[in-house]
Design a protein around this ligand. Structure first.
Ligand SMILES: *[C@@H]1O[C@H](CO)[C@@H](O)[C@H](O)[C@H]1NC(C)=O
Ligand SMILES: *[C@@H]1O[C@H](CO)[C@@H](O)[C@H](O)[C@H]1NC(C)=O
Ligand SMILES: *[C@@H]1O[C@H](CO)[C@@H](O)[C@H](O)[C@H]1NC(C)=O
Length: 436
């Protein structure tokens, strides 16, 4: 009698937690088969594992569920990773990461999922031969029952590495030598999952996250933060901008540039987007997130040496590009003072290895030598096009953007001397992260 009462109580408690109806015939032994309610990540849940996949979509695992990307529906993890619960029926993933391995060993960009003492390796959601394995067969010295794992490529860590986390221990695993070093980082909370995203490292705990340095474990800045404001799209959450992915046919750029570190940015209204980050997906942010002082959008942006020049109305802002962009003292300055020109700037670009900025104003292209003091217009040419929004010069020539189309030219000179505009191309989702 007492036992039955206890069982009923447990079922009701379970019903409360899971939202499933309580059935008196379910005993405690059936608990493992109770259907967990479909989780809602906007309610503030904890993730068991987070990793990008080979397409740059971020996978979030919680219990036996999975989300692909920062927005989108939830699914059962075994729909994508079929074999996951074959062995254990545990219905969870402890940790996951995407391998970064520049040696030609064939595992670059493959996804590793950890369950208890086993590791599963997937590529394009296909389990690879020989898996699952004992974790230590692939990763000697790394413990079972992990909490979190994250890749750390050479350049960010000393060598291509993986950080495995368990409790307060961080096992730094060298991919090439298979050697492990164990550290404890006092700044870091116990991470239930970890993610490398756009060259930054995030430890997730509860519904919060903390950004950390993958070499020293230091945490600088105001953490923890609520993951719902940054890593998922939830009503009433967000970090401003309310960016909606535009259709490619509706795209209108203000500016586009590649800085000397190879980071390529597009600017449109109040937002910017990194566009050569396919490995991490394409993501839009408010311009002020990175360039605090540029509060009202941009007219044109170009990069020269390790500086990025942002033009808005008659002001020029020059930022030094390092890990973060910092406004150079004394800026903004006026266009006439900095570049020796006046009036509205539509677009501006510098070709690789050149010292000249090509400034497009209406249907004129004005060249300014960036090494001369004072700056003066060295050449002023008419163009076959007007109403240009943005221009980018790279090793393959120049793309000039106008609305949702662009024109390709071999060089600034062919742009200026062409009598007629070449055939326009449509911008594509691969270029701009827009919707086809
Ligand atoms: C996937 O998981 C669900 C819930 O755990 C289970 O009911 C279903 O049979 C599983 N499907 C496969 C293909 O294993
Ligand atoms: C999440 O962060 C908030 C604000 O800093 C804090 O009050 C809360 O305790 C944190 N929760 C977890 C689980 O870390
Ligand atoms: C460009 O897009 C327009 C409509 O958005 C379409 O009619 C046209 O065929 C496309 N051009 C090319 C070259 O794909």
């Amino acid at each position: 009698m007492e036992l039955l009462a206890k069982t009923l109580l447990l079922c009701s408690a379970l019903a409360l937690v899971t939202g499933a109806p309580a059935h008196p015939h379910e005993s405690a032994a059936d608990e493992g088969h109770a259907h967990a309610a479909v989780p809602d990540r906007c309610k503030g849940i904890e993730f068991d594992a987070i990793t990008p996949n080979e397409d740059g979509d971020t996978l979030f695992f919680s219990g036996n569920h999975l989300w692909k990307g920062f927005h989108g529906p939830v699914q059962l993890s075994n729909e994508s990773f079929r074999e996951l619960d074959d062995l254990h029926h545990t219905g969870h993933v402890d940790a996951a990461f995407r391998m970064h391995n520049t040696e030609k060993t064939g595992d670059h960009d493959h996804i590793y999922l950890f369950v208890d003492n086993k590791v599963f390796r997937y590529y394009n959601e296909n389990l690879e031969e020989g898996y699952p394995k004992e974790i230590q067969e692939d990763f000697p010295g790394v413990p079972s029952d992990l909490d979190a794992a994250v890749e750390c490529p050479k350049g960010e860590c000393v060598t291509d590495s993986v950080l495995f986390m368990k409790g307060t221990d961080v096992h730094l695993y060298d991919v090439a030598t298979k050697k492990t070093k164990t550290k404890t980082w006092p700044d870091l909370p116990v991470c239930t999952s970890a993610l490398r995203w756009l060259e930054h490292y995030y430890c997730f705990h509860g519904h919060n996250f903390t950004r950390f340095n993958p070499v020293s474990g230091e945490v600088t800045g105001d953490y923890p933060k609520d993951a719902r404001n940054y890593f998922m799209k939830c009503a009433d959450f967000g970090h401003g901008g309310h960016y909606r992915t535009p259709k490619c046919s509706e795209i209108k750029l203000d500016a586009i540039t590649t800085d000397d570190r190879g980071k390529k940015y597009l600017f449109s209204g109040p937002i910017y987007m990194r566009i050569n980050t396919q490995r991490d997906g394409l993501h839009a942010f408010p311009i002020t997130r990175t360039w605090k002082e540029v509060t009202n959008g941009v007219d044109a942006v170009f990069s020269f040496t390790d500086n990025i020049y942002m033009i808005k109305d008659d002001k020029v802002y020059i930022y030094k590009s390092a890990a973060h962009y910092t406004l150079i003292e004394g800026y903004p300055k006026t266009l006439s003072k900095e570049l020796g020109i006046e009036g509205h700037v539509d677009a501006a670009f510098v070709c690789p290895g050149e010292n000249t900025v090509h400034i497009i104003q209406g249907n004129r292209m004005r060249d300014v030598d960036l090494t001369a003091t004072p700056r003066v217009v060295t050449r002023d040419l008419p163009l076959p096009l007007s109403n240009i929004d943005a221009g980018l010069c790279g090793p393959d020539g120049i793309n000039v953007f106008k609305g949702s189309q662009y024109y390709h030219y071999e060089s600034p000179m062919t742009l200026a001397v062409s009598r007629i505009a070449p055939f326009p191309h449509n911008v594509t989702s691969a270029m701009m992260g827009c919707q086809d």
